[in-house]
Write a protein that binds this ligand. Structure first.
Ligand SMILES: [Zn+2]
Length: 106
């Protein structure tokens, strides 16, 4: 269990899957303030600890997204500038968006 309450087997699985930022596809760099890997809850619900909701994204994306809902974040200048949208994000983000649709969260 890390300090975000992510069990270590899940953490390993996610670190193995997300080698690049799930949003902007930047390569992670632990020595870079903006490109270091950070834990992301795609739906912003810290209690939703699952393989489909937890991902690694770079610190820039995480800081820009903040507490915004993902679909409104896609309209933010940061996403427009970096061409981050529903089509460009990693497959796991797309699956999470589909799950949200099924649950009528949006
Ligand atoms: Zn990013």
């Amino acid at each position: 269990m890390n300090k975000w309450n992510i069990p270590s087997n899940l953490e390993d699985k996610i670190r193995d899957r997300d080698k690049f930022c799930v949003y902007c596809h930047s390569e992670f760099n632990r020595n870079s303030y903006t490109k270091r890997a950070t834990w992301e809850h795609i739906d912003n619900n810290a209690k939703n600890i699952s393989e489909t909701n937890i991902a690694l994204c770079c610190a820039s994306c995480n800081a820009s997204k903040g507490t915004k809902k993902i679909l409104s974040w896609f309209n933010a200048p940061f996403c427009r500038k970096n061409k981050i949208n529903m089509e460009s994000v990693a497959d796991m983000v797309k699956s999470q968006l589909n799950l949200q649709k099924c649950n009528l969260y949006i």
